[in-house]
Design a binder for this molecule. Structure first.
Ligand code: CP3
Length: 312
């Protein structure tokens, strides 16, 4: 979860204060940044250095990454979205995937944001915790909202297909915003929409991992998406979930990323309690429950990886 990033001094060196958006469009940078975590951290898979907002290139919507405010988009939701489904709009990503496949000896994960999450970045003018602009638009302009979701859905499938043609070994979907929805709307815009993406990607027979924020409260409905792997956030105790979890779906997660600020003893205690429980679950993938915080000490990450390896 956000394995490439600001917690790594080598990432800052590579960035050399260049604007983030330009780096997401630079094939050589994408390759170098993707290789950082496999080189430095002994992880089992690489994830493409890119961002979920790259999809906006197909929707002709301007965006940028602000140092302090995070991602910013300019979009008038009342105007029609003009979609261009042309692989050229993410050519740096696709070229980088081809190059990475030549260099990597571990699997490469491609990814996309799920449509509700992308829509929330379009509709929040100033990022708000409860996504009130997004929810307000969804209720006041339901037909336009559905159109936006469907445009993003088609663009997402197109983007994922192109990543697969270029050579990625697995796909992860990130639905980081849909947790703000009511239960019926969560079923409509998270479960049903992710299910559609998954059913149309199934024919490629590569693993599809689904991360939904606050997922540990919605496991039953997430199972119905037919994702091969559910990537769980940190809220629920995996030891209690694992025995009721279907054996044909793998699990990924779910250490609290903030626990990387705890003492070595505390971290080892957590892992000692967790690992015997999950050892026998088919295809279990140890991971964090969300992205790495930029201030995380790299030594703690190395400690966790080495400890998990020594115990499995
Ligand atoms: O995991 C990886 O290392 C692969 C690359 C990746 C990035 N973003 C690179 C990135 C992935 C998988 C993402 C996904 C992403 N991006 C999500 C879904 C996952 C989640 O965390 O919920 C979301 C919501 C975004 C949107 C986004 N991009 C935000 C909110 C920010 C700014 C805040 C932050 O945490 O940095 C970004 C910028 C971004 N995307 C960075 C990176 C490495 C920061 C880079 C920098 O500032 O140098």
């Amino acid at each position: 979860m956000r394995q490439v990033g600001r917690y790594l001094p080598e990432y800052h060196q590579l960035k050399k204060n260049r604007p983030l958006l330009s780096l997401f469009h630079n094939e050589e940078f994408i390759v170098e940044a993707t290789l950082l975590a496999p080189k430095l951290l002994n992880v089992d898979a690489a994830i493409l250095f890119s961002d979920i907002l790259i999809i906006l290139n197909t929707l002709n919507i301007p965006y940028n990454f602000h140092e302090k405010l995070g991602p910013i988009t300019t979009f008038d939701p009342l105007e029609k979205i003009i979609t261009t489904l042309n692989p050229a709009v993410f050519q740096p990503q696709l070229n980088a995937i081809k190059e990475l496949k030549k260099q990597l000896t571990i699997p490469l994960i491609g990814f996309a944001g799920s449509p509700f999450t992308i829509a929330s970045y379009l509709l929040e003018k100033n990022s708000s915790r409860d996504l009130s602009n997004t929810r307000r638009f969804m209720y006041s302009e339901p037909e336009k909202f559905d159109k936006i979701i469907n445009e993003i859905l088609e663009a997402t499938i197109f983007y994922l297909e192109n990543q697969i043609y270029a050579g990625v070994d697995a796909i992860q979907l990130f639905d980081s915003s849909s947790y703000v929805l009511t239960e019926p709307l969560f079923l409509k815009y998270c479960i049903e929409i992710n299910k559609k993406i998954i059913s149309r990607i199934k024919k490629f027979s590569i693993p599809l991992l689904l991360f939904v924020r606050n997922s540990s409260y919605n496991i039953k409905s997430l199972i119905t998406t037919k994702a091969n792997c559910l990537s769980l956030d940190w809220h629920k105790d995996l030891k209690k979930i694992i025995n009721h979890f279907p054996k044909n779906i793998s699990l990924q997660g779910n250490m609290d990323p903030m626990m990387l600020f705890a003492s070595d003893i505390q971290i080892k205690k957590y892992l000692n309690e967790l690992l015997p429980f999950i050892k026998n679950h088919p295809g279990y993938i140890f991971n964090l429950g969300h992205g790495i915080h930029p201030k995380t000490p790299v030594d703690k990450i190395k400690l966790v990886i080495d400890y998990v390896r020594s115990r499995s």
